[in-house]
Ligand binder design. Sequence first.
Ligand code: BGC
Length: 866
Amino acid sequence: MLEVTKLRCEYLTNPLGLGEPHPRFSWVLQADSSNVMQKSYRVQVGANRGFVPLLWDTEAISSSSSIQVEYAGPALCSCSRYFWRVKIADTAGQESPWSDPSWFETAILDRSLWKARFISSDDDAGSSRGMRFRGEASVDGEIAWARLYATALGIYEISLNGANLGDAVLMPGWTAYEKRLLYQTFDVTELLRPGANVIGATVAPGWYKGDLAGWLGARNLYGTSTALFAQLIVRLKNGGELVVSTDAGWKVSEGPVLMAELYHGESYDARLEEPGWDAPGFDDSPWRRVAVLDRGWDTLAAQDGPPVRRQETLSVKTLTTTPKGERVLDFGQNLAGWVRFTVRGNAGDRVVLRHAEILDAEGNFYTANLRGAKARIEYTLRGGAEEVFEPHFTSMGFRYVCIDEYPGTPRPENFSAVVVSSDMGSTGSFECSHPLLNALHRNIDWSLKGNFIDVPTDCPQRDERLGWTGDAQVFVRTASFHRDIASFMTKWLRDLAADQRPDGGVPFVIPDVLSKVPNNDPHTAQSHSSSGWGDAAVICPWTLYEVYGDRRILERQYESMKGWVEYVRGRAQDGLLWNTGYHFGDWVALDAKEGSYFGATPNDLIATAFYAYSSELLARTAAALSRATDADKYRRLHEEIVRAFRAEFFTLTGRLASRTQTAHILALSFGLVPPEHRGRCVETLVELLKENGGHLTTGFIGTPYFCRALSDNGRLDEAYTLLLKEDYPSWLYQITRGATTIWEHWDGIKPDGSLWSVNMNSFNHYAYGSVGDWLYRVVGGLDAEEPGYKKIRFEPRPGGGLTWARVKYTTPYGPASLEWRLEGGDLRIEALVPHNTTARLILPHDGSVVALGSGFHTFRHPYAKG
Ligand code: BGC
């Protein structure tokens, strides 16, 4: 048996509303034999399931490519569905049948099709109200096909004849709005009817005009008025076509959403609801005419990342009264999203909820770390029957909810927490014999969910929640093990390139809002180009290439990657030592001076180390793209930077100028140590650990590479000891303190129960979760040896007293897994290799290498160590 399954187009199954004119196809081989490799493929694309007429036929192509095969047929039309199928032959001569057909549907590829205008209320400037828009669509004839293309300035929900469209929330997400505003596609064929129809939408401030970078008091960063944009295209059975668009004929009115702000929550008065407002037959004569904005179509782009969706709901673990007398719900999990509740009461009664991540040492509700974010829900009842409410235009980071007002007696079953995240499929799992490591893995996953909300953010709770480039960069590889982040990160990198400065400088946050807020804050006055942060421009695309084998991301980000390296070159002494500019350094490291955020490792050392690393990755990128001149140029630049680094920071006898853990970690990880001094550098790192009682002192920059710097240099035991520390400061310390997500600070809650400064103390910050990479690649032992896992490297490294570990990971070619287990003096290994890939297994007992073909393999060897 040989079959082709899991057909995906641009990482999606049957995507609706694709803006890509050259979509790429991927598939997975299914077979009941082992050692299966694809020898050839054939792809057909047709206008219908029967593939007649055929639009594109590759015929049999001799190739082992089964991912990202690019469509190269006739130009695709807008608003059209295409069907595709694949058949393959393997190297053993087996042929598969045609796969089941899959489809993709294009969005509006041709800008001249746009008719709609951005419509707004002329008097909502500065307000936080949700505005409702209403437009009528009269259809004369039987409907064959209907699509609504919509977006908003603000965040919106849209309905047709009273039925909400789609299940995404917080649309259209957050992008560099001045350059890229994403629109969504809805299939409304079934909802639209001959005769009168009504499109209704509510638009709230969101990222567009709501409070953003709250600690700087910023709002209205993209504009002062929310607006709606929608275009309905209907094809009639009689061959006619109808287009209905937002225009001057639409109506607008305030509604029950009195206030909606991402940081502050939502205030909703159900008494102001007007039943039937978004369906035909409603009298909208009291509503006002809309204002038409002067905004064109050139920024419109089809949705290119995964939508944000509700992921799951959690029920209340406990409802208790705190020492101060507050009624507090505990959901048992720090998360991002909101609360859904039921309530019964009189018109005008209120439910008021506030959200928090932790309780203080006395067990009282604690919100000081939210800074300016109010995270408050205020609901006014319409009265009578049971009412159900959940907010729609905000989100909060919380585990605890304080019930300030609620008519009658609240019961746990009246509340549930709705978890919200970008909807990326889960790709990996990690389990081992150490329960706290499993908890660490789980906490990393929760921090990912809470912070991958359309943009990779630093935190989901305080008045910040920005796409900090450094955080994303240190976490991207770990994230790739947990979720399918390909489209999510591709979208964000497009915004990075869009917001990159003409001189190549990279904003601290993407989308870049900080440059819009002139400020004197010492950390953000400059707004762009810190080392370790700006390097996201290079490290993130390269990581996506390694993980997904995605060359296109390198092609499309190439100018951005190069722009960043050239930016640094222009500011480095002799083009080699980067010793100018503002840097976050080893952010919040514990070797910082009391009260400072900046770790002890010198900026010029960190900056030059990252410059070396990024120039090396750029050289490898140029080589992968066959840009030989650049490959050579950046390889030489890299060598010169390494030489300059050595001359500046290493003495002749191999002492590193800065005696910090992070300095040694970076030098080892980025290949900056003179080979003859490697031993000394490793020794010093181990000494630095010992001097600190075996604990780390590292911040955002050193921590991600710490375990790896040890395990790659013959110090596996020390790496495990560091990872498994349970006392402060350590990864597991916070778990012993009840953490359910990763903290921003090692000392977020100190051993004596006191808290780190209220100014910046998030309990859901994934940066230190970047150690997850080491769990998968070293403890579990699963890694990509060739881009996209076309060749897998299995290298389990038992240690730390662990008796077993199991990693599973869905590669682009299908599921892979590795499990090792110490059993009666033996080491037992089970490995699963996906079809159309090969693997190398490096056996830990003697370092010998076994070549593996696809299929399931088991090994057993005597093993003394563990
Ligand atoms: C954010 C960080 C970010 C940093 C820049 C903080 O406010 O929360 O995660 O990377 O600023 O140093």
